[in-house]
Write a protein that binds this ligand. Structure first.
Ligand SMILES: Cc1cc2nc3c(=O)[nH]c(=O)nc-3n(C[C@H](O)[C@H](O)[C@H](O)COP(=O)(O)OP(=O)(O)OC[C@H]3O[C@@H](n4cnc5c(N)ncnc54)[C@H](O)[C@@H]3O)c2cc1C
Length: 393
């Protein structure tokens, strides 16, 4: 089958890899002019880790990744007030855990199909027309293509979902936070291999030292702190972040100053995508486009890889019968994904405490993780993947 995949991110390229192996003809259509760079550091483990292993990309992903040693909560003066040793998580995952930037993970997966799969960078689907024998897609570049099925792997704000299922508002569940991610060079202090977090009421700043003297920053706040509408332009985003984080103490002044030097600042809602169905006719969604769990699940990338693997596997198993493949794909994954969404939604309630007492309580709770068995009790549920990864022909 000819399969048009909108989005050459994590889900899209994984899908292309497995479709190619099954003898299909994927076509990747990516809005960005080249594989996207920049982005946050993600924890990578679980079923997605196993799929990456089956694809042979794990050694490269681990080399590109970081082995975080400690998560450290600090007060206004930078003194440690909570946190935990990441070895506890490594033990719980039997060492099958790494922290890797989204772009490095996407790059390593893309390398597995580069030169073998037709990829249209700097283009996107603008119209889709389904007919008895297939689908005709119109591209922004003016070209038209005829394919058998179309997969939306174009992330949280999916274009394929908008064109085929309806407006984003119908499916987006806002978890109540806004976040910004950016990277700059030359920031000090660095605290190598330590994920440093400072919380103030309803706001949180984190930094992590990357290679080549770069540092990654993640700013998160409760949406109630926004007085007006959602910011639009980069200038509005900067102004909003400056007003919200100006008085949070610690290194906030120097972090807001270094923010001005970031070439790529990513700002968005912390949201999930919940849909009654991920398939319609010859269209199907994969990854954040159809079932985003939000970064509060800490596993969106691993799940996107898993979903792509299962979709390709079911298509291989069903021969040309894409409809039964789509049904099997959805039936197999839905309970697992809904469980992950539910856990992340519960976590949202306590992710950034709204009171000083809440911050204190969270700090004490993280210290308890050093006690034998406590890490498993506190994080075991969210680290476990209750999903049996299928083998496909
Ligand atoms: C701050 C933050 C921290 C996170 N931390 C973690 C973590 O610790 N662990 C984890 O596993 N996950 C984490 N995630 C989530 C993870 O990044 C996503 O769940 C994952 O990237 C989803 O993959 P995807 O391929 O569905 O979407 P994406 O990776 O977003 O890829 C979508 C692709 O589609 C392209 N695209 C968009 N629109 C169009 C269009 N109209 N036409 C064509 N192409 C288009 C984009 O350019 C992109 O290349 C985090 C996310 C954030 C924001």
């Amino acid at each position: 089958m000819k399969v048009a995949i909108s989005g050459a991110g994590i889900a899209g390229t994984t899908l292309a890899y497995w479709l190619l192996r099954a003898g299909h003809e994927p076509l990747l259509i990516e809005q960005a002019p080249a594989p996207r760079t920049g982005g946050y550091i993600m924890d990578f483990w679980g079923v997605g880790y196993t799929v990456a292993e089956r694809m042979g990309v794990l050694p490269a992903v681990r080399t590109a990744g970081y082995q975080v040693g400690e998560v450290r909560f600090v007060d206004d003066d930078g003194r440690k007030v909570g946190g935990f040793d990441v070895d506890a998580l490594r033990d719980m995952t039997e060492g099958r855990l790494t922290s890797v930037s989204r772009s490095a993970l996407a790059r390593e997966i893309y390398r597995t199909v580069e030169g073998q799969v037709e990829t249209l960078f700097g283009d996107q689907i603008t119209a889709i027309e389904e007919h008895d024998a297939g689908v005709r897609i119109a591209l922004q570049s003016g070209a038209q293509r005829d394919v058998d099925i179309v997969v939306g792997a174009d992330g949280l704000h999916s274009q394929v979902r908008k064109l085929t299922f309806g407006p984003e508002d119908d499916f987006e569940k806002d978890l109540g936070y806004r976040f910004a991610v950016f990277e700059t060079a030359g920031y000090v202090p660095r605290d190598e291999d330590v994920y440093v977090i400072h919380a103030a009421t309803s706001r949180q700043i984190a930094r992590f030292a990357l290679r080549d003297g770069r540092t990654l920053f993640l700013l998160v706040f409760k949406k109630e702190l926004m007085k007006g509408a959602e910011p639009g332009s980069p200038a509005e985003v900067h102004a909003l972040l400056r007003s919200i984080f100006a008085d949070v103490g610690w290194e906030s002044a120097s972090i807001l100053a270094t923010m001005n030097t970031a070439d790529d600042l990513y700002f968005d809602r912390v949201s999930q995508i919940r849909m009654p169905s991920w398939r319609r006719g010859r269209f199907v969604l994969v990854g954040d486009a159809g079932m985003a769990v939000s970064f509060l699940a800490g596993e969106g990338a691993g799940l996107a890889i898993t979903e792509a693997y299962v979709l390709a596997g079911e298509l291989a198993r069903a021969g040309g019968d894409y409809q039964s493949a789509f049904t099997a794909y959805e039936n197999r994954l839905r309970p697992f994904i809904e469980g992950k969404q539910h856990t992340a939604e519960n976590f949202a309630a306590t992710f950034v405490p709204q009171t000083q007492f809440g911050i204190w309580l969270r700090n004490q709770a993280t210290k308890l993780m050093a006690l034998p068995g406590a890490a498993n009790l506190m994080l075991g549920q969210s680290l476990r993947d209750d999903f049996m990864l299928p083998d496909f022909p």
